[in-house]
Write a protein that binds this ligand. Sequence first.
Ligand code: AMP
Length: 509
Amino acid sequence: MNIATLLTNAAKPFADRPAIFSGERQLATYAELLRNADGIGGWLRRQGVRPGDRVGLFMSNVPEYFEALFGIWMAGACAVPVNAKLHAKEIAYILGNCQAGILFATGDRLETVAAAGEGAEAYVPRQVLVPGTDAWQEAVAGPAAGMAEVAPDDIAWLFYTSGTTGRPKGAMLTHRNLFNMTLSFLADLDPIDQFDCCLHPAPISHAGGLLSLSYLARGAANVVPVSGGFEPPEIVSLVNRFPGSSLFAAPTMVKRLLLSPAIADLDLEHLDSIIYGGAPMYVEELKQALAAFGPRLWQAFGQGEAPCTITYLPKKLHLDIGDGRLEQRLASVGIARTGVEVRVVDGDDNDVPPGETGEVIVRGDVVMVGYWNNPEATAAALRNGWLHTGDVGSFDECGYLTLKDRAKDMIISGGSNIYPREVEEVLLTHPGIVEASVIGRRHEEWGEEVVAIVVRRDGHEVTEADLDKLCIDNIARFKRPKRYHFVDGLPKNNYGKILKTELRKTFGK
Ligand code: AMP
């Protein structure tokens, strides 16, 4: 079954319901969205695209994203949604790696597309189609070709890992994977219906777009902010306009929302869920978010290789349910998602007991079939039928998973393992600190030493001595940062993840 069936099915009962908005302006009903996607699918076929061919999407968040995505699937092709903030060299690498002949690119990306066509690893797609142009309108209005037949294990989405480390690898997500991800969301989120609305301030190329499939399946509206980005005042005004609003937000976005004076005007009655994930949410920030937004937070832990679907912390488990475990739950990434098996294992893939730390591994129909053209990386990640996530964590007796850190982020100082997250959690309890990131720095004697990069809250005078005292009061002495760097902001990628690789380059030597 083709994943585009989500749309062809929804377009019958919800034909006249609004499917796509640009800000507050309705652009397409479900019938119109299907017609437009079918037009794009027909255009792709006329360009010679065959089932299985890769088609790139280098687009900032625009309403046409959905036409393009479903158009690709209508043609039976494989979508390659690329982070719109990537550098020309990165784009050239990704498009060259998967040999995407056709590219959908927004006008604001065209300079980068041109630059991707220069230099040693240049890549030039044979055709670029730009939303908002006459050519796009002609494609959308052109002869439709209907939905192509695909096999469940055909690739629907190549998800290039966000590249906080190394060169991006294309996780191959099949139609089966995307269906199961969608079903798991429908099972684990609160019920979604045609009167709900999914806002898209986070990149559609990533979790926001994956999540939208569940909303589209239920005939809900998809609203793309006019700014195309995460602007707190705009989000507040859209929530106030659309009852039943939900949105995906990386933890750094939740934080930006929290820090914005605009939330004083937020109509909480209209806010259904803030679905957060993609990076660690610190307990202190989660508590602030719960205080501001009430029981509307829903956490997802996943990765491109098992898209958004490993564990979750539902809204009600963010509350005190009288089991004396609230703190542990808030520090966790929750429980296994519906239809997914999750284990924590040692180096030989043996389960470790609750409370002990090991690698998180996952099995289920959401797990990718491998990395595009990369058998070595595939063999390393998919062993014995399980996806090895590279995330380190532990289960408690009740099945709640708590992540420590990515294995590669762990600091080893004097032979002791230090998980940066633990130190960051402590630093963030200081009222004068808004952001903190902890990395290892090479050290002659200890192997590595702990370095903290912190951002002070405006108007707060926080000193190294204050932070040192805070750490001494809360964690083992060997985990204390030996050095502090005060900066104005931490480097982040387009998905709001803090780029530790950048911090290591600047502060880790
Ligand atoms: P990506 O494939 O770019 O989505 O990155 C996935 C990685 O982000 C995971 O392997 C985790 O290390 C991290 N991640 C995702 N969700 C969470 C979460 N809820 N809490 C902590 N880390 C997360």
